[in-house]
Write a protein that binds this ligand. Structure first.
Ligand SMILES: Nc1ncnc2c1ncn2[C@@H]1O[C@H](COP(=O)(O)OP(=O)(O)O)[C@@H](O)[C@H]1O
Ligand SMILES: [Mg+2]
Length: 257
């Protein structure tokens, strides 16, 4: 099983939408995919899969508290998307009591890694995608230890570029084999310029600048509680969806899967 983690310096860069779209794109290409919501402060993956504001239970949060087995937190969303045993969601649950307990007492990261690996084995996953909490949180960074490819999502603004540069210095310690910077929400007509500029800016860093993802006014309009399905499954011809397919192909080729 290959692990792809998506991270960013700032919040709101598009991480969750990108990872969910890639999960669908991978499942469409025949891969067996698990998607983990590890952003326990702002769990949102279940919302953009069209499951409403409450995640299906139990979740990763309950697993970390030792309240259930790893296999119980895997929710098969394949049928909703016309797949069979291809797409699994591992959601998180925002529950104040639980979050306080986790923040106060912490949790054992090894327990999380073992659980995710067990899920990968039992469901025979090809790829596990991990959506993270943004920023420089230490626990989150530990995911990089089990990551084969890291997507660092960034908007093309000064603060995010500077922050991403700082982030990369820390990430360098984790020896992640493949690192992509994914500029998101870029005006279509600016994509080429932005890519060239960023290649220059990050040329000293050991990182690949992926082609920017376009700003999509349709995606920007998607809001809970009206989200009934993944955007990419509803609007496969939207420029954002098409760019996601390219990103999928680039990634699978680079990873040799
Ligand atoms: N390429 C894009 N074009 C337009 N809106 C986008 C794009 N990518 C993400 N968004 C919007 O930006 C907001 C934040 O996205 P989200 O995936 O939740 O970011 P994060 O997980 O990094 O916090 C959402 O409202 C989403 O619909
Ligand atoms: Mg998110």
């Amino acid at each position: 099983m290959k692990v792809i983690t998506v991270h960013s310096f700032k919040g709101g860069t598009g991480k969750t939408n990108i990872i969910a779209s890639i999960s669908f794109a991978l499942a469409s290409a025949g891969y067996k995919v698990g998607v983990v919501d590890s952003d326990m402060a702002h769990p949102s993956l279940h919302i953009i899969y069209g499951m409403g504001n409450q995640p299906p239970h139990p979740t990763l949060t309950e697993f970390l508290l030792g309240k259930c087995e790893s296999t119980e937190i895997v929710h098969d969303v394949s049928p909703e998307y016309g797949f069979k045993n291809k797409l699994y969601l591992i959601p998180s649950n925002l529950n104040e009591e639980i979050i306080t307990k986790i923040v106060r007492e912490g949790f054992e990261i090894g327990h999380m890694f073992r659980g995710l690996k067990e899920i990968g084995r039992k469901k025979n996953l090809d790829v596990l995608l991990i959506d993270t909490k943004p920023g420089l949180d230490e626990k989150t960074m530990l995911f990089f230890m089990m990551t084969d490819a890291l997507f660092i999502v960034m908007r093309n603004d000064e603060a995010d570029i500077r922050g991403t540069m700082e982030l990369l210095k820390i990430i360098a310690h984790f020896k992640v084999p493949i690192k992509y910077i994914i500029p998101n929400m870029i005006e279509s007509s600016h994509i080429e310029n932005v890519n060239n500029e960023l290649k220059k800016l990050f040329k000293k860093d050991d990182v690949i600048i992926a082609s920017s993802l376009p700003y999509s006014s349709k995606l920007a309009m998607e809001h809970s509680p009206h989200i009934d399905k993944l955007f990419i499954s509803k609007y496969p011809d939207d420029p954002f969806s098409k760019s996601i397919l390219k990103l999928r192909d680039m990634t699978t080729q680079k990873m040799g899967i």
